[in-house]
Design a protein around this ligand. Sequence first.
Ligand SMILES: [Zn+2]
Length: 247
Amino acid sequence: MQPELVALLAVQEDDGAIRLIERDLAALAPRIASLDKARQRVHDEVERSRVAIERETERYRTLSQRITDHREKHEKNLATLDQARKLREATAAMAQVEMARRVLAEEESELAGMARRLGEMTSAQEAHRSAAAALEAEQATARAEIASEQERLQASLKAALTVRNQKAAGVNPGLLSRYDRLAIRRKSNALFAIRGLTCGACDTAIPLQRRNALMVAGLIDVCEACGVLLFASVEPPAAEASAEASA
Ligand SMILES: [Zn+2]
């Protein structure tokens, strides 16, 4: 076997291992996303209750102010009633006092309702806040685990790439880039030993002339059917073929 072919096979083996590391790294992303989603959900609830309390508090303030104004007017009405000398004046003042008293009573009951609601909303907000804090604590372990796993995988990816690139230096750049393009497109092996008289990847029969070039001249050729790189090996690496099938 040509040294270049041996080197390219070694590169391919490393690439298989690198793809596995990349797959494991990629598998962490949905785990992080799901933690983020759960966290966002509880934070949204806290925020929603904060906004609702803010709005209700504003309404409470407005109504309180209106009640203060109405009470002042009511006091004035009462004073007017006190000072009314004539019956007609007294009747008019009395009507005003009665009306203001009704309005005040309605407003005060509305204000009491608001205060009750605000109390309930504050309790709900507290509950959302504790839920958010509990979730943070609960997620901390999972997040730390994922982070250390990520770090570990990234370190081994870096190491694997360094070794792989050292090996790749022994392969002709033209052949290497053909292999790289194929391997990236296939997300899998790109270099296959011929299996008997057929392509090791797709099992299509190889024309006689090409077969001779492969077997006699020891060249690397392309499968006309599936496009993978083919080589002839006295002992076809069966392990790689089965790894490919399971990938
Ligand atoms: Zn093929």
